[in-house]
Design a protein around this ligand. Structure first.
Ligand SMILES: Cc1cc2nc3c(=O)[nH]c(=O)nc-3n(C[C@H](O)[C@H](O)[C@H](O)COP(=O)(O)OP(=O)(O)OC[C@H]3O[C@@H](n4cnc5c(N)ncnc54)[C@H](O)[C@@H]3O)c2cc1C
Length: 367
């Protein structure tokens, strides 16, 4: 049995690891958090913070910082080749106060989580976990810091070390699933020709292209074809390209989130398409639930509580990704001619937002 204040090592200072640190600290623990990178990240992967995440990060004070730094997106416009098909209004998000999606680049979200930690809990940068062994239920870890090696034996290890998780591999836990067939394109661009502060999706079958506002005239472009900029609708004027890239997406999930006192959270446990912006939010949820279970001494139920949630999200996101990016006749006809009528009533929008914003998953019992 683990004593009252165990030694806890968190591997990875992404959103999941930082949330684990913030939530454990708030509950009276003093976790150590290590990160292989030299310092805070600068790239902005996830942009959307959903109401469930804001609820979870409220008690630590992180939400107040995030809301101050980000902006509130109030609508999602779905366009066809001949104009607007329909509009989802975030006033239909079924939350008593947070009827918006908060937009903030992931690097800034991480910075505010680090600031929330404050005090004595600092990220150990340039510190890499190179090996993990589990013997008689006790983990032995090797760390590498500026060429020096350190061996430690914490009571609890949280592997929040991303999709290529070395913790997951060391535990021999499989990551089953598959990659989608084609590459996706990504770019951050300054542009004219789109309503600012709102999200826009263009269904230009066979290509789908999304514009997520970052700030002012700066938008993130995500496209289900690798050269995103080739598909920008003609009425949108590209003023400046900040950066562009391509990526291949997969949907995968572990069969168990834990082995002995070693746990997985975030992308180390599940990955899926960026459609719907659930990835970072789901990892933050995992980490917060795990901190709550550690405090209660009930970590045995972690997999049972979190696996079904991510499984459901993966299934929904996979279906949506296939449906939205399908260029088959029936799917295209349905999206352009029937969907605009189906999603018009507020009660349908409320149902759509419930799952899109994380509010359809079990509510955290501690809030
Ligand atoms: C282009 C793109 C757009 C996205 N958009 C969204 C979105 O809009 N909304 C959303 O919710 N999600 C989005 N996501 C997904 C989101 O970025 C991830 O789900 C999120 O970053 C996962 O957080 P994490 O903390 O689990 O892992 P990561 O952010 O990957 O963090 C893991 C950390 O662990 C560190 N690490 C790894 N191995 C070791 C080791 N051995 N020792 C020490 N440190 C280690 C890594 O350096 C890294 O910092 C997007 C992803 C991409 C690629």
């Amino acid at each position: 049995m683990i004593h009252a204040k165990p030694d806890i090592l968190i591997v990875g200072a992404g959103p999941a690891g930082l949330t684990a640190a913030v939530e454990l600290k708030r509950r009276g623990f003093s976790p150590r958090i290590i990160e292989q990178d030299k310092g805070p990240h600068t790239e902005s992967r996830a942009l959307a913070i959903n109401p469930r995440t804001m609820d979870i990060l409220e008690p630590s004070g992180a939400t107040e910082r995030l809301v101050k730094a980000g902006f509130k997106a109030r609508a999602m416009n779905i366009h066809g080749p001949n104009g607007l098909l329909f509009r989802l209004e975030t006033r239909n998000i079924p939350h008593p106060t947070r009827n918006y999606l908060l937009v903030l680049p992931q690097a800034e979200t991480e910075k505010h989580l680090i600031d929330t930690l404050g005090g004595k809990t600092k990220v150990d940068w340039s510190t890499e976990l190179t090996a993990l062994e589990l013997k008689d239920g006790k983990p032995t870890i090797t760390l590498k810091h500026k060429g020096r090696r350190e061996k430690i034996s914490p009571d609890i290890v949280i592997g929040a070390d991303g999709a290529r998780s070395i913790v997951r591999k060391a535990l021999g836990i499989g990551f089953s699933g598959a990659a989608y067939e084609h590459d996706w394109g990504l770019a951050d661009i300054h542009l004219d020709g789109l309503a600012r502060g709102e999200m826009h999706v263009f269904d230009l079958s066979p290509v789908l292209i999304m514009f997520i506002p970052i700030r002012g005239d700066l938008f993130r472009v995500v496209c289900d074809a690798n050269k995103a900029l080739d598909y920008i609708p003609a009425h949108i004027k590209v003023k400046r390209i900040v950066w562009q890239s391509q990526f291949r997406i997969s949907h995968r999930q572990v069969e168990t989130y834990q082995k002995g006192p070693v746990f997985l959270a975030g992308d180390a446990a599940h990955i899926h398409s960026p459609l719907g912006g659930r990835g970072m939010n789901l990892g933050i949820e995992d980490a917060a639930w795990l901190a709550w279970l550690i405090e209660r001494g009930e970590t045995g139920s972690y997999t049972g509580l979190r696996h079904p949630v991510a499984k459901q999200v993966l299934e929904q996101v996979d279906q949506a990704t296939r449906f939205i990016s399908s260029d088959g006749w029936a799917a295209t006809f349905f999206r352009r001619n029937l969907l605009p009528y189906i999603v018009r009533p507020d009660f349908i929008q409320r149902r759509a937002f419930r799952s899109l914003t994380g509010l359809g998953t079990p509510a955290p019992p501690w809030l």
